[in-house]
Design a protein around this ligand. Structure first.
Ligand SMILES: *Cc1c(COP(=O)(O)O)cnc(C)c1O
Length: 227
């Protein structure tokens, strides 16, 4: 299968899942996860109409920022070390993986330096797996409140990565829980904080995530092939 054909099939499945859930398909954005893939694959996907790309590794992202001249949007979706933030200041549209205040402060500082503000999601580790990044569910509201005080950071919602299951239905309770948590935080009406975005769902389970309210699905292998 080509990238173009894969994208068409994924977009069709997104549309069908949204409609089955009574949602507007336009309320779900596809983040094409291009980690480990060459810039040529990003350019091919852009040629097929895909404009939003997700990357995990800053070194790799910096290389692609230099190699891809098409007007794509980049999101950082993976664990982010504070000392790497300076390399991407002002150059990505969203960071999905804010899970500690020290990282948020560094994003605020670096985006302020270039005179911009950064849209972020708070990554929540709902499973408690120690191998996964993310703040705990209980600490999420406090982190959102602290981020809300940073002038160059805009909290737009939450992100999660459930444990890996063969059966996408097994991930569904985590997606539902992230939505409940976002609703509970939204109800607190914290100044400057939006809970409009839920980043959840990957190649194996994005349809279940859409049924539970995902607005950003992060799909890699189903578009670009196995890594
Ligand atoms: C790699 C990655 C994805 C994409 O996973 P696929 O199974 O290839 O679709 C999504 N989210 C995060 C955080 C990732 O690291």
């Amino acid at each position: 299968m080509t990238i173009c054909g894969n994208l068409a099939r994924i977009n069709e499945r997104i549309r069908a899942a949204a409609e089955a859930a009574g949602r507007d398909p336009a309320s779900v954005r596809l983040v094409a996860v291009s980690k480990t893939r060459p810039a040529a694959d990003v350019i091919a996907a852009f040629g097929a109409g895909q404009t939003l790309f997700g990357e995990n590794y800053i070194q790799e992202l910096v290389t692609k920022l230099a190699e891809v001249h098409e007007s794509v949007q980049w999101h950082v979706i993976g664990h982010l070390q504070s000392n790497k933030v300076k390399y991407i200041a002002g150059q990505v549209a969203m960071i999905h993986s804010v899970d500690r205040i020290s990282l948020a402060q560094e994003i605020d500082r670096q985006w302020g330096r270039v005179g911009r503000s950064c849209d972020v999601l708070i990554q929540v580790n709902l499973s408690g797996e120690t191998t996964k990044s993310g703040t705990t569910e209980n600490a999420t509201v406090q982190l959102v409140r602290e981020c809300a005080l940073l002038p160059n950071l805009k909290v737009k919602g939450l992100m999660t990565m459930p444990p890996f299951f063969d059966d996408p239905e097994a991930a569904r309770p985590y997606f539902a829980e992230l939505r409940r948590l976002a609703e509970a935080i939204a109800a607190q009406q914290i100044a400057g904080v939006e809970m409009a975005e839920l980043s959840m769902g990957m190649s194996g389970d994005f349809e279940a995530a859409i049924q539970e309210g995902a607005t950003l699905v992060r799909v890699g292998t189903a578009i670009f092939g196995t890594r």
